[in-house]
Design a binder for this molecule. Structure first.
Ligand code: M6R
Length: 589
């Protein structure tokens, strides 16, 4: 949530910063701004709206400076407005700060600072940081910055500038991601690597409670706990600039759906990492998949799959788990966090709670080096490549395949699956890529979306391992189309929602190719009898998916549902990449 950027080097910082913000826009897009040091001091052009709108109104090409910081916002404290847009300054305008996260004790700090004569301009929590630096500044910017950080409670990734120190940007991180991209005679700072991948793939990833100083030719990092200088590893990022580009597609979401075949096969690259996780969980009494949103649906699939294979597992929403189940864990439990970003605050908090109870923790994550991978005992990657659209699509496919592989490996290890069956399943997982490609090639979904573009209420129904598919199909539609859509366990319909069925409702029913088929058919008859329209999804159904083992059907069935949501959104004239009120990486509780 919120993207922050920084640049110091020979190029024109305002232009570089707006380019970087554009690549971070998926993190928040209600306002944007930059602070750069010009001849006359710090200038802060900023405004309400998406990055392109703000950029067009400010014309960064006409500005001049070689050092600056930038921010694209997802509002937490204070409405989206120019005054609340970052960066923020102290009373004198000598220090400027951009921040991602939440300063939990900002009201307390603000009161203290106001008593000492500071006056505030915005409603944000961030502004206290600039005033704290002003308060502590005695000629040493870094020291004042460290003292200010010492006062903060909460999560932050911070970049700070000063007119007194025109060659340096100060950076800090606690529970919000921050990377330094290392260039030749220039350095970049960003919440996420795609912001600078076109310039460099060498990076330093800050850990919690670390801070530092970045100049055009140097970097130095320190521990906030000990004050000691740190030797930070230089990492080479594997993602390419091209992967983070839209290519010829109208939207990132459409591009990413078309990358789903690759995402399926790439997830198999995590086999060795998943086997290591499997070795550890085999001695655990209970396995919990913990995640949020789409990733939670992948966890729910994992639960059903493990159970189908004779293993016990639970799936929990991270924000619930951390305040409930986590309290009853012990060292015989395993918690497997699933996350595209690896930065979701609730998922991180759930893992921390599990660790505090002595549970084994692992994560299935897409973003290499993200917070969850630093926190968990073991990590397995989905290798889906950068996912930019707010709506998660290809990462979900990667998560499903990873979870399937983990479940199969676990079942084999626990002798619930013999070697031959394991290999049959594994071979089919390798073939999933082609099956997804067949769905994408069939090109049927846009016409269907056109016929449903004015429907006001959708239900998505599924049973067992396709119940998560129903939840995910509905989430995707409501997220990017703002249409009411509910995912339901098909058998539950008659316990309430059947009362809503009439000719205004469309139901998408995921039809299994197994012994539950008849049950869903009965549910469909009940719906049709009440006048609602039913669209079936399955082998030889209205929306056709290729045949596979029923336990893998969710990996296929979701693909047309992703496309369906995409086309409905586009037909409504919306931007599916940047749905209102949302941000890709939810780094606040
Ligand atoms: O990065 P994560 O996978 O941890 O994110 C979890 C959810 O915020 C995310 O899946 C969200 O539900 C998506 N926008 C859904 O498309």
């Amino acid at each position: 949530m919120c993207g922050i950027a920084g640049y110091v080097g020979g190029k024109n910082a305002p232009v570089v910063l707006f380019d970087m913000l554009k690549r971070l826009e998926y993190r928040g897009y209600d306002s944007a701004g930059i602070a750069y040091v010009g001849e006359d001091g710090i200038n802060i052009p900023k405004g309400k709206g998406k990055v392109d709108e703000v950029r067009a109104s400010l014309n960064p090409e006409s500005l001049m400076g070689q050092i600056g910081v930038g921010h694209t916002r997802w509002a937490t404290h204070g409405v989206p407005s120019t005054v609340n847009a970052h960066p923020h300054t102290d009373c004198t305008g000598v220090f400027a700060v951009a921040h991602n996260g939440i300063i939990e004790n900002f009201l307390e700090l603000k009161d203290e600072l106001e008593e000492r004569g500071h006056s505030f301009k915005s409603e944000t929590d961030t502004e206290v940081i600039a005033h704290l630096i002003e308060e502590y500044y005695d000629g040493d910017f870094l020291e004042a910055f460290a003292k200010a950080l010492g006062k903060l409670k909460g999560s932050y990734a911070i970049t700070a500038l000063s007119t007194h120190h025109r060659d340096m940007i100060l950076v800090a991180r606690n529970e919000s991601p921050l990377l330094i991209g290392l260039g030749e005679g220039e350095n970049f700072i960003a919440s996420d690597a795609p912001a600078f991948l076109g310039e460099t793939k060498e990076a330093v990833i800050l850990d919690d409670l670390e801070y530092g100083v970045v100049t055009a030719g140097n970097t130095a990092f320190y521990s906030l706990k000990s004050g000691r200088k740190l030797r930070k590893k230089h990492e080479t990022l594997s993602w390419s600039f091209r992967e983070a580009e839209r290519g010829g597609y109208h939207h990132f979401m459409l591009k990413e759906v078309h990358e789903e075949p690759d995402a399926a096969v790439n997830a198999l690259k995590g086999e060795k990492e998943l086997r290591a996780v499997c070795d550890k969980i085999s001695s655990c009494r209970r396995v919990y998949f913990v995640a949020c949103g789409t990733a939670y649906h992948a966890g729910l699939y994992g639960k059903y799959l493990m159970e189908r294979l004779g293993l016990a597992a639970e799936a929990s929403i991270a924000s619930e788990f951390r305040y409930s189940t986590a309290g009853s864990l012990n060292s015989e439990c395993a918690v497997i966090a699933i996350s595209q970003s690896g930065e979701t605050a609730d998922t991180i908090a759930a893992v921390k709670a599990a660790k505090a109870r002595g549970a084994y923790t692992a994560c299935i994550v897409n973003v290499v080096g993200s917070s969850l991978t630093r926190l968990c005992d073991d990590s397995a990657y989905t290798y889906s490549g950068p996912e930019i659209a707010v709506a998660s699509t290809k990462a979900y496919i990667g998560q499903l395949v990873s979870v399937a592989l983990l479940s199969l490996e676990s079942a084999k290890k626990k002798m619930k699956l013999d070697e031959k069956d394991f290999l049959d399943y594994f071979d089919e997982l390798k073939n999933i890529r082609e099956r997804i490609q067949d769905i994408l090639d069939s090109n049927e979904i846009r016409a269907l979306a056109e016929s449903e573009a004015n429907t006001r209420t959708f239900f998505y129904l599924g049973r067992r391992e396709n119940y998560p598919t129903a939840l995910e199909g509905a989430l995707k539609l409501k997220e990017i189309s703002y249409v009411h859509a509910e995912g339901y366990a098909a058998g539950e319909l008659k316990h309430g929602p059947l009362a809503l069925m009439d000719e205004t409702v469309t139901v998408l029913a995921i039809m299994p190719d197994d012994e539950l088929k008849r049950k869903v058919e009965s549910n469909i008859s009940e719906i049709k009898a009440r006048g609602a329209k039913v669209i079936t999804v399955g082998v030889n159904k209205d929306i056709r998916i290729p045949k596979t083992y029923p336990i893998f059907a969710p990996i296929l069935a979701i693909v047309p549902l992703h496309l369906f949501a995409y086309y409905i959104s586009v037909l409504k004239g919306l931007d599916p990449d940047k749905p209102r009120n949302l941000a890709k990486s939810v780094t606040v509780e």
